[in-house]
Design a protein around this ligand. Structure first.
Ligand SMILES: [Zn+2]
Ligand SMILES: [Zn+2]
Length: 340
């Protein structure tokens, strides 16, 4: 492209009105999320449980069980890597920052989203609390609820890939080219809103006011995290029942459709939706990431410093489609005319 043509494009871009420089659906999603957070805070404050609920969630979701699980998974990645790479690879370091963000920001956020979703459903959709599960044995009730939750998570993951506004916040998770157990935590804060509202529906419908044991939620989190491990495991015949790392890696592939293998823990949802592609044992692991790198990534030839890159990645869904923050970022890094 000639320098003049690039100049024209850049000046046309800079002439955009303020609202045209932004992707409004992400602001709507942010406003809805803020409203849920406010509902969660006021609900917990009403019962004087704000501090204890947040501390309890952190102990549950970033407690010893999760930390030991992540450490063991990292060890397995060193011993049996699907893709050999350095322990301190850029992708691992960036995803470690996302882990810190998960502990500091995401855990309070998802706790408040869960509380607000349950509170609003009970307050406004009271008929949802079905009395027909009252006589069920506890183990059956909890089992069915976890399976239904997994189904709702599949549905929101499908929506993340189907609708542009949701894809913008989900794409950060897919931008990782060095997938590892830490990629579990590489998520945009706004990606959780739809999934927590959807997952609250079966919990309220089946369990009502009865809580699920925190350890079961932690185990569910670990089962959903393990498929990100950089290991070639297919789980053999069990891989048709529980999502394996090789199965989920296909979902993260850089080439071809990635609206397949959407399941979090149970592939049955993909099988029913004809979206299951099972890995072949011993097959070469596929390349992961987003083709064309529409989002700035740490593997770029001249990457930003990782904490700054984190902020750029988190801001990316707010840039308008077609003129991503990557272009803006490239202009500031090299100056767009010089690239023509
Ligand atoms: Zn996805
Ligand atoms: Zn994933």
């Amino acid at each position: 492209m000639s320098r003049n043509a690039t100049d024209l494009q850049v000046s046309a871009r800079t002439r955009r009105r303020p609202h045209q420089r932004l992707y409004l659906p992400s602001f709507v999603l942010a406003a809805v999320t803020a409203w849920f957070v406010w509902e969660g805070v006021t609900t917990l404050q009403r019962y004087g449980e704000l501090g204890s609920a947040l501390a309890g969630a952190r102990a549950e979701l970033a407690g010893p069980l999760v930390l030991v699980f992540v450490a063991v998974a990292l060890g397995c990645e060193r011993l049996w890597p699907a893709e050999r790479r350095r322990l301190l690879a850029k992708g691992h370091l960036q995803d470690a920052l996302y882990l810190a963000l998960f502990v500091g920001v995401m855990i309070p956020l998802i706790t408040l989203l869960g509380v607000a979703s349950a509170h609003l459903l009970v307050a406004h959709v009271a008929w949802l609390e079905a009395p027909w599960t009252k006589s069920w044995p506890r183990w059956l009730l909890v089992g069915v609820t976890l399976v239904a939750m997994d189904g709702c998570n599949w549905l929101t993951h499908w929506a993340d890939h189907r609708y542009a506004a949701l894809w913008r916040v989900h794409a950060i998770h897919h931008s990782q080219e060095e997938v590892s157990i830490l990629t579990t935590f590489r998520t945009h804060p706004l990606v959780h809103t739809a999934s927590f509202v959807a997952a609250a529906v079966p919990v309220i419908a089946l369990m009502g006011a009865r809580p699920i044991a925190p350890v079961l939620i932690t185990v569910y989190l670990c089962l959903g995290a393990l498929p990100h491990a950089n290991v070639p495991w297919t789980f053999g015949p069990l891989g048709k029942v529980v999502v394996s790392p090789a199965y989920h890696r296909i979902h993260h592939r850089a080439d071809g459709r990635n609206d397949i293998n959407l399941a979090i823990v149970l592939p049955i949802w993909d099988i029913l939706a004809r979206r299951a592609v099972f890995p072949e044992r011993g097959a070469t692991p596929c390349r992961t990431g987003l083709a064309g790198r529409p989002i700035p990534v740490e593997q770029d030839a001249v990457p930003l410093r990782l904490p700054l890159l984190l902020l750029v990645q988190l801001a990316e869904p707010f840039a308008p489609a077609g003129t991503t923050s990557r272009e803006t970022y490239d202009q500031t890094r090299w100056g767009a005319p010089a690239r023509g």
